[in-house]
Write a protein of this length. Structure first.
Length: 237
């Protein structure tokens, strides 16, 4: 077997970078853990008793999870509806002015390095199938593919569940009987580092960098809110 043949048989796969679930799931888990731990730290810093801390943590979990889900649904739905409307405009243009759209497609390929004759032939062959022509035009002009738009329900569900899981971690020690912030801080710190390390697996960053970065950001947020809570508690407000 020649080297050329061997090289040709080497294949690789890319990770999904356009899916509608990944971003809200990652963002939801991070936001849930950081925001709820910071909330609990602030309340605990104000010298509130265990029941108040638990109430604040559970209220923050519920409010944050529903808010994240609703916001993600509206955001993704609006984006998808706008894309669908523009795709429909493109569909009508292809039906009404097929020649002009074929010429536009030829210019697109020519601008990307194809010789004019080859670009025109590629555009002609792709334009024979209206559905394929629509897909190519949409991807070239809008950066989306018809029938492969993000799902608002999937994005909202991912965001809700991931936020709830992240927000639950710092509340767990209190639900199990803890009376100080220390156990919650230990679990939150471990969760922050682990979440950052896991996220690094889908990026080009090392696991320790991702973990330390998330730990530092989440820890800073918690320290600030703890300080604010302590000042408010000391002032007797």
């Amino acid at each position: 077997m020649s080297p050329t043949t061997s090289e040709a048989e080497i294949h690789h796969e890319h990770r999904d970078v356009t899916g509608g679930w990944l971003r809200p799931a990652v963002f939801g888990a991070m936001d849930g853990l950081v925001s709820n731990f910071a909330l609990i730290a602030g309340v605990a810093g104000g010298r509130a008793d265990q029941k108040v801390v638990v109430l604040a943590g559970l209220a923050g979990l519920a409010a944050g999870a529903f808010s994240m889900a609703a916001g993600e649904y509206i955001s993704v739905a609006s984006q998808s509806e706008l894309a669908e409307a523009e795709i429909e405009v493109e569909r009508l243009e292809i039906a009404r002015h097929p020649g002009a759209e074929q010429a536009e497609l030829a210019r697109f390929y020519e601008a990307r390095g194809l010789e004019p004759e080859l670009a025109a032939e590629v555009a002609r062959q792709l334009s024979r199938d209206p559905d394929e022509a629509l897909r190519v035009h949409a991807e070239a002009e809008l950066g989306v593919s018809p029938g492969d738009l993000p799902s608002p329900l999937l994005a909202a569900g991912s965001s809700f569940l991931s936020f709830a899981v992240g927000a639950l971690l710092p509340v767990l020690p209190y639900l199990l009987g803890a009376t100080s912030l220390v156990p919650a801080a230990i679990i939150a710190a471990a969760g922050l580092f682990l979440a950052g390390a896991v996220v690094s697996k889908i990026t080009a960053r090392s696991w320790w960098f991702g973990g330390l970065r998330q730990f530092a950001l989440g820890g800073a947020a918690a320290l600030i809110t703890f300080g604010v809570g302590s000042l408010i508690g000391a002032a007797g407000i």
